[in-house]
Design a protein around this ligand. Structure first.
Ligand code: FAD
Length: 370
């Protein structure tokens, strides 16, 4: 009998398993997928570490988490600076002086601020929908070219039909700083996230292609306690109904050329282009392999917003009233399961950045393994 069965080899499960082993506990990890690492899984294609479940950029202000995770990987100096493509016009993101110079030809921060202020005046009442809200924050030009189409594709609805509260802020930088994340630490693990998770799981028994839900009783009998990082509603056989998610879909292509767009992410901000953005994975590692050689091919993923239905890959939890209340009811059931600890993005039905999920797993480990 093991001390712990960990269901799921994503970051939450892998961090807990590592800590349990370190504390002298016996631990086994199972995952229903045929690979470890959950949604941070990277797969090597023609020397390129492909982010199979979407672009993953590690960024944190939490020094403790940074010191912890860098034991398992060396991080490169990658900085996220997305580009927007509006009908062939390229703009720097997030909105900054490069963006304003391209949009209006303005040169100084004062000129940019004056232009934005002038355009914001168009809305002289409390915004009643997302369109009015966005114009009241950044003015019509930026809204029309950089916000409208992208947001409509993401939500599948016209901005005039979307509530104003969806956008609270649209940060405007009156500087030439196009580093998307305001984080103290940022980067991509050299060699890919899968290798980093492999290092976390070193010396731990891992069984892949094992769905816990199929044989719950059998698996529970393996260990004193279970750390479950799968979906909380699936654990209870959806007895109270399905929790909903927002989804994304990727169309992948390996191209026989070295450079497609020169950047990891290009957002397509017009309404007509069906995808929201294109990722070019090699630029997470500056187009080079581990030995510093240029890679001859490139791998791209067109990303589409898509409606989620039961059975699809769950990506983002929907934090509306209906789903929050349903989660609360599942949580009450979960609290009665003495032997099972629910954790991670699916077990807790919440969006976690990687640093937050690591912090959460470390926190739980400390309480559980003391
Ligand atoms: P997961 O990685 O989902 O792991 C759960 C594991 O449990 C999976 O391997 C799954 O197969 C397994 N499992 C589920 N059910 C069962 C079962 N019944 N039996 C056996 N195994 C099971 N964070 C950042 O910090 N930066 C980013 O740039 C970033 N980009 C993101 C982009 C997208 C599109 C998404 C959706 C998320 C992004 N994140 C990002 C968040 C990041 O993906 C999560 O923080 C992280 O993956 C959460 O880890 P986890 O272990 O909780 O869940």
């Amino acid at each position: 009998m093991y001390d712990y069965l960990v269901v799921g080899s994503g970051l939450y499960g892998a961090v807990f398993a590592h800590e349990a082993k370190k504390a002298g506990k016996s631990v086994i990890v199972i995952d229903k997928r045929s690979n470890i690492a959950g949604n941070v899984y990277t797969e090597k294609v023609e020397g390129i570490n492909v982010h199979k479940y979407g672009a993953h950029i590690f960024h944190t202000n939490n020094t403790e988490v940074w010191n912890y995770i860098t034991q398992f990987a060396t991080f490169n100096r990658f900085t996220n600076s997305p580009v927007a493509n509006y009908k062939g016009e390229l703009y720097s993101m997030p909105f900054n002086m490069y963006t304003f110079n391209k949009m209006w030809g303005v040169v100084t921060p004062e000129e940019a601020a004056a232009k934005i202020e002038e355009q914001k005046k168009e809305i002289n009442h409390e915004p009643t929908n997302l369109e009015e809200q966005a114009i009241s924050l950044v003015g019509r030009d930026i809204y029309e070219k950089l916000v409208k189409g992208y947001t409509e594709k993401q939500w599948g609805r016209d901005c005039k039909e979307l509530p104003a509260f969806i956008i609270n802020r649209l940060p405007v930088r009156l500087s030439f700083d196009n580093n998307y994340f305001n984080a103290l630490y940022q980067g991509i693990p050299v060699g890919g996230y899968t290798k980093m998770v492999e290092n976390l799981l070193e010396g731990i028994e891992v069984r892949l292609n094992c769905d816990y839900i199929d044989k719950k009783k059998e698996y529970n009998a393996l260990a004193e306690k279970v750390v479950y990082t799968g979906a909380i509603d699936a654990f209870f056989d959806y007895s109270l109904g399905n929790l909903e998610y927002r989804s994304v879909r990727f169309e992948n292509e390996l191209l026989d050329k070295p450079n497609f767009q020169g950047n990891v992410a290009v957002n397509y901000t017009d309404r007509e282009t069906p995808w929201t953005r294109i990722l070019e994975h090699k630029w997470f590692e500056f187009g080079k392999d581990e030995n510093g050689n240029d890679l001859p091919k490139t791998y791209i993923s067109r990303e589409y917003s898509s409606e989620w239905k039961p059975g699809d890959e769950p990506y983002y939890p929907v934090n509306d009233k209906k789903n929050c209340e349903l989660y609360k009811k599942y949580r009450e059931l979960a609290d009665k399961e003495g032997k099972i600890i629910f954790g991670g993005r699916l077990g807790e039905y919440r969006y976690y950045d990687m640093d937050a999920v690591i912090a959460s797993a470390l926190d739980m480990s400390e309480k559980e393994l003391e």
